[in-house]
Design a protein around this ligand. Sequence first.
Ligand code: BTN
Length: 261
Amino acid sequence: MSSSFDVARFERLRAEIGCGLGAPLAALAVTGSTNDDALTAAREGAPHGATFVADHQTSGRGRRGRSWIAEPGDGLLFSVLLRPELEPTRLGLLPLTLGLAVRAAVAELGPPALAAATRVKWPNDVWVSGKKIAGVLAESRLGASGAVVVAGVGINLGTRRFPPELEERATSFARLGVAPQRETLLARVLRGLEMRLGCLSRASDEIVSELREHDGLIGRRVRVDGTDGIASGIDADGRLTLQLCNGDITQIHSGQLELLD
Ligand code: BTN
């Protein structure tokens, strides 16, 4: 079975907007997980920018061992293999940088009235009006030739009904009343990622200030792995800053986050 992803259309868009990421492209009708495909390809020497997109995944993975489930054709599901030439200290910002690229593409192609409500939720979800529209799973490996990062993204496109536990917390382009094409969305995300990787290789300030501008958690009461506090921003290393009840400030590198308000 061939994929419904229009590779020729994607190639035209990629050339038009001058995007280097997205080649070589493998478009699959069904796969286990595009992240696994990209990790296998990385071991076999696939280049920076190699991209895997699927109509459907049978073992789609989310963060923290969760599954990522989408009906066939309902989502944009892809992974891009990155061999970033970055200082090791900047690698921590890479998943958030990817989140920013997804956020920007969703804001551009979503309803204009909701662009300002399209935000990054640390560590790497994208929200529209407080509901998750996209998730990012970045997995890195250290090889002989440096770090390899597989950046996997799932964006809810056509989904109208979610499982009951997600019904109030998730959204999709279809629910927002717009229907961008998957090829356009992928080309925009990859172009945005490429631009931001350029910023990150020069310095991290632009990425950190873009994160501050679009931080969906700022001022919210949250619990991270049992620690309660007020989310007070994201620092230059990509850590969440929490103001604790006693006024102390702490930085959190990773963890399971719950919203308390
Ligand atoms: C999350 O929100 O927990 C992250 C979800 C990431 C899902 C995407 S779908 C494409 C790629 N392949 C996978 O198996 N996972 C990522």
